[in-house]
Design a protein around this ligand. Structure first.
Ligand code: MTE
Ligand code: MO
Length: 322
């Protein structure tokens, strides 16, 4: 991330690529559905650039929590990624993540819960109805996207494991396997990638246990087969390819906080009034839309989700708890 360098040629937007609108996207989903019908119910050929392999489609229902903004193109959302386990350049995850073995996949839930356990990915997929949630996403580096995620509130899983009275925080652990993840040979972060949320943040209806995007199972570079998405926080709080969730009494030490405590706090709420020590957070560049040299758009408090999440931080000094 920005610990290494702020800008490189790989971070320039792919200006030649015309972002395809929601409408076009919907049409290709319908086409894919028709193609899929001939192949069998579970899989469909997806007629989109970059998605040459058959991708499993997911039945979703729309959510009133979706933004009306135009989604980022599928191509940009799946080729401009941060996933340091596969390298630190934006195109590294798309190029390298094919080695990630997504099946079988188990998610262990442990710590301060009455019902710890291990969930198979197939169980997780059926735990609650899948929704399409179109969220604004803001990376701490200053770029943003609008992504149609597929998942359900993390609270659905939390409810089932019955947290004890001592559960104040939740800690997420990403897979860390040298054999599958070439980026682990770098010491840019401590592995596994660890993230955390306060319990009320984890239970907030916007916090999504995510298994797909654009109506398909998650591509590997986006954190297959299961990740969290926390849209009012900087992107790094949304850990990918999660294998373990732990409920704790103490605030977890996250990988980014450990790497640079003065730059990446535990909360990491999107906040245009609190700058990163090395750059302003007041504006952002929407990938695929805002030109590199053009005027950027203003970043919104809590990434535009202030109405929904503002009360979680009432009375807190957000300059101190950054
Ligand atoms: N395990 C893991 N999760 C991660 C990261 C990472 O390097 N490793 N990068 C984070 C950052 S900085 C961002 S901006 C988002 C990007 O998610 P996306 O590529 O699906 O848009 O993933 C987050 N989750
Ligand atoms: Mo990020």
């Amino acid at each position: 991330m920005t610990l290494i360098r702020r800008l490189s040629t790989t971070e320039l937007p792919p200006g030649e690529i015309t972002p395809r609108g929601v409408f076009e996207r919907r049409r290709s989903i319908i086409r894919a559905g028709l193609a899929g019908a001939a192949l069998g119910p579970a899989h469909a050929l997806f007629a989109s650039p970059g998605a040459s392999a058959a991708a499993a489609k997911l039945a979703t229902r729309p959510s009133p929590m979706s933004t009306m903004e135009k989604p980022t193109s599928y191509k940009d959302a799946t080729s401009y990624n941060n996933y340091y386990e596969f390298g630190t350049d934006k195109d590294d995850p798309a190029n390298n993540a094919h080695t990630l073995k997504v099946s079988p996949w188990k998610l262990a839930v442990e710590g301060e819960v009455a019902k710890p356990g291990v969930f198979d990915i197939d169980e997780l997929l059926k735990l609650a109805p899948l929704e399409e949630r179109i969220y604004r996403m803001r990376c701490v580096e200053g770029w943003s996207m609008v992504i149609p995620w597929v998942g359900y509130p993390l609270s659905e899983l939390i409810r089932r494991v019955e947290p004890t009275g001592n559960a104040k925080y939740i800690e997420f652990f990403t897979l860390a396997d040298m054999a599958q993840m070439p980026g682990l040979s770098s010491s840019v972060l401590s592995w596994p990638y660890v993230e955390g949320l306060r319990m009320d943040e984890a239970r907030h209806p916007l916090t999504l246990l995510t298994v797909g995007l654009y109506g398909e199972v998650l591509p590997r570079q986006n954190g297959a087969p299961v990740r969290v998405v926390v849209p009012w926080k900087y992107g790094f709080k949304s850990g990918k390819s999660i294998v373990r969730i732990r409920f704790t009494e103490k605030q977890p030490i996250t990988s980014w906080n450990r790497a640079a405590p003065h730059e990446y706090g535990f909360y990491s709420n999107v906040n245009p009034q609190v700058n990163h020590p090395r750059w302003s957070q007041a504006t952002e560049r929407r990938i695929g839309e805002d030109g590199f040299l053009q005027r950027k758009r203003p970043t919104l408090m809590f990434n535009g989700y202030a109405e929904q999440v503002g009360s979680l931080y009432a009375g807190m000094d957000l300059k101190k708890s950054f």
